[in-house]
Design a binder for this molecule. Structure first.
Ligand code: MN
Length: 200
């Protein structure tokens, strides 16, 4: 079955003022839809068309050579944005339990983790993503260009923030650091904890 853009799990205006309603409509209805349409077009007629998108993105080098570029960009875009919408909720939440313990053990404190994650987003030149991943059983911060995803490199994404300008420009203009700092107020740590528990 062809891929579809998943419905937002909350109203379009419910992440405001952190993320404004118009940005949510453009980002979800237009940008994500375009990735889905192009990923479907690239995979149509191949054995990969019916496979879960995370399996496709994890095995890019196994795809037909002429499909690898389009699927890396658009399949990656579909996977990254599906994960992104789920990673937020109105009002956000706070990490706790084993996940918070692991963050404190690895980064020293939640605040230090946030600073390093924001730096990864600020320092990602051009378009891309900042990530909290599980890498060999250890938490780590990384960033990727364009729509690349850590699973292509064998890492498990736990949390990702989209630092493409389309994610923040209407509200934050060119000031990406302000967007990265404000974003914590809508992060759904409950689902990050679920991903951590499933992956570790
Ligand atoms: Mn995006």
């Amino acid at each position: 079955m062809a891929y579809e853009v998943p419905a937002l799990p909350y109203p379009y205006d419910s992440l405001a003022p952190t993320i404004d309603e118009e940005t949510m409509h453009l980002h979800h209805d237009k940008h994500h839809q375009a990735y889905v349409d192009k990923a479907n077009a690239a995979l149509e007629g191949t054995e990969w068309a019916d496979k879960p998108i995370e399996e496709v993105v994890a095995n890019l080098s196994s795809l037909p050579a002429d499909k690898q570029g389009p699927v890396r960009n658009n399949g990656g875009g579909h996977y990254n944005h599906s994960l992104f919408w789920e990673s937020m909720k109105p009002g956000g939440s706070e990490p706790s339990g084993e996940l918070l313990d692991a963050i404190n053990a690895k980064f020293g404190s939640l605040d230090t983790f946030k600073e390093q994650f924001e730096a990864a987003g600020v320092n990602q030149f051009g378009s891309g993503w900042a990530w909290l991943v599980l890498d060999g059983g250890e938490l780590a911060i990384t960033s990727t260009a364009n729509q690349d995803n850590p699973i292509t490199d064998g890492k498990t994404p736990l949390l990702g923030n989209d630092v493409w300008e389309h994610a923040y420009y209407l509200t934050y203009k060119n000031v990406r650091p302000e967007y990265l700092k404000a974003w914590w107020s809508v992060v759904n740590w409950d689902i990050v904890a679920e991903r951590y528990a499933a992956a570790k």
